[in-house]
Design a protein around this ligand. Structure first.
Ligand code: NAD
Length: 496
């Protein structure tokens, strides 16, 4: 059986731990390979390598760092099909979706290639007579990144290109469920000329994560995953004196007003609800329909769902399997629960016809109508192809429902009324908003992150927040002395 090793100091690394975990091909339902699970000592070895590589990399000129990022971008763009196939084989998402994931990651590499501009400080001349003040930005050291299963390439790419461009060194702990893409990316970065030890990948579970959180040489933690773990990461890393940004789970609502184009809204609901089998943190999982158009909208969504082809992502299908058998069974359990809680099951994805192997982790697209907000189907982040419709009597009650959610990652409104859209944008308590855009993931030069239980910490991922997170500022007050500056004065310096 193949084994996925760690990547340390520019080479494959086995580490001392003998623990492993299975990695499945979810479209076939069998174990494809094993992945190593690091011990705390393995993490400490990686941090030591990254710490040793830091001074040299931080001193490397902006021009040279930029050139490596640029070469990495070119290689990644040329060979994106290769990594997309790895994503499909281990995650299950269809190939076109895997390519989309890589494209969004590439955007961040392109943003990071602008690092000379992004690292520029500010300058104020003659703030006091003969005195100038300026700021510089410096890298922070060894940064830890912990990523989830659902975007095995894009989420690591949200962080490591920018961290490395800024002069930091990295230890990435990817999801153990689909670990191969991160190794492929590390090999590619080495091929682009990145010095050994700057980017390291260590696989593992809680043992590895805790070792990263405890290691005093790790300056920061960037985490993406479920809300309970994000909260734990935030609290532990912060109490150990580290910078931390911990992005958590989501329950994203799409509000459809009576004036919206219901055909376009139904298309958007299906795309955002069932793309990547609903395993996206920006997936739409709840449609909030104003009563008067709810029947028509539900009918249009259901009609579109009949055309969706579920199967192996390497064939021409719309939707692949779920990540593991356990997760599929858990998601499927919510269909029974919806019935018990009084929702109407409009489309039942159990027993869906598959273009793939029978033992894959399949569950078809499922639609519930009249879901009570008290049901766990509405409350829980399910992370599967289950779309709920909640009916509300009015626009205001739709806003109230969305604002009462403990999550605040993404939301969307579908309307042709500019005034309504503006009111929604101003009143809604969510970090990323789409106006007639169902998955409003900001481009790389803005920043990605939610509010409330969807983000712990005060900086979002990538964009200017990413630059701030991976650098720290120095403010310099400078004057060149001449004899007129002499004399004793113990008072606090004033500007004159
Ligand atoms: P997860 O929380 O189970 O795992 C995330 C990472 O934490 C993995 O690397 C995993 O190995 C590690 N981990 C798991 N259990 C741990 C523990 N007890 N202690 C320490 N570390 C632990 O998440 P997942 O199932 O891989 O990913 C899906 C979740 O990620 C969903 O909740 C989704 O909404 C969220 N997500 C959020 C965003 C965002 O930007 N807000 C983006 C992608 C995914």
């Amino acid at each position: 059986m193949d084994i996925v090793n760690h990547w340390l100091s520019g080479a494959s690394f086995e580490g001392e731990s003998t623990r492993t975990a299975p990695v499945y091909n979810p479209a076939i339902g069998t174990v494809a390979r094993e992945v190593r699970l690091a011990s705390a000592a393995d993490i400490d070895s990686a941090v030591a390598v990254a710490k040793a590589a830091f001074p040299g990399w931080a001193e490397t000129s902006l021009a040279k760092r930029q050139a490596v990022i640029f070469t990495f971008r070119e290689l990644l763009n040329e060979r994106k099909e290769e990594v997309a196939r790895i994503l499909t084989a281990e995650h299950g998402k269809v190939l076109s979706d895997a390519l989309g994931e890589v494209a969004r990651g590439l955007e961040v590499v392109e943003f990071a290639a602008g690092i000379p501009h992004l690292m520029k400080g500010e300058y104020s001349e003659n703030v006091s007579t003969g005195v100038d003040v300026y700021t510089t930005r410096e890298p922070i050291g060894v940064v830890g990144i912990i990523s989830p299963f659902n975007f095995p390439a894009m989420v690591p790419l949200w962080f490591f290109p920018l961290a490395i461009a800024a002069g930091n060194t990295v230890v990435l702990k990817p999801s153990e469920k689909d670990p191969s893409a991160s190794i492929w990316l590390a090999e590619l970065f080495a091929e682009a000329g990145l010095p050994h030890g700057v980017f390291n990948v260590i696989h593992g579970d809680k043992v590895a994560v805790d070792a990263l959180l405890e290691n005093p040489d790790v300056a920061s933690i960037s985490f993406v995953g479920s809300t309970p773990i994000a909260r734990y990461i935030y609290e532990t890393a912060a109490s150990n004196g580290k910078r931390v940004q911990a992005l958590g789970g989501a329950k994203n609502h799409m509000l459809v007003l009576p004036d919206a184009d219901l055909d376009l809204a139904a298309d958007a609901a299906v795309n955002a609800g069932f793309g990547s089998a609903g395993e996206r943190c920006m997936a739409i999982s709840v449609i909030v329909a104003v009563d008067t158009i709810a029947d028509e909208l539900v009918a249009k969504i259901a009609e579109r769902m009949t055309g969706l082809k579920v199967g192996d992502g390497l064939r021409s299908c719309d939707m692949g399997p779920l990540i593991t058998r356990e997760h599929r069974d858990k998601v499927s359990g919510y269909i029974e629960l919806a019935e018990v809680d009084g929702a109407t099951v409009v489309v039942d994805g159990r027993g869906v016809e598959i273009d793939g192997e029978p033992n894959g982790f399949w569950l078809g697209p499922t639609l519930f109508d009249r879901v009570p907000p008290s049901s766990k189907v509405y409350i829980d982040e399910i992370f599967g192809p289950l779309l709920s419709v909640v009916r509300v009597p009015s626009f205001d009650e739709g806003i109230e429902l969305i604002n009462s959610s403990p999550y605040g990652n993404g939301t969307a409104i579908f309307t042709n009324d500019g005034g309504a859209a503006r009111k929604f944008q101003r009143e809604i308590q969510v970090g990323m908003i789409g106006i007639n855009v169902p998955i409003p993931v900001p481009v790389a030069y803005h920043s990605f992150g939610g509010w409330k239980n969807s983000l712990f910490g005060d900086t979002k991922a990538y964009g200017s927040d990413g630059v701030r997170f991976f650098t720290r500022e120095k403010a310099v007050t400078r004057r060149w002395l001449d004899p007129s500056h002499g004399g004793i004065n113990l008072g606090f310096p004033e500007n004159r």
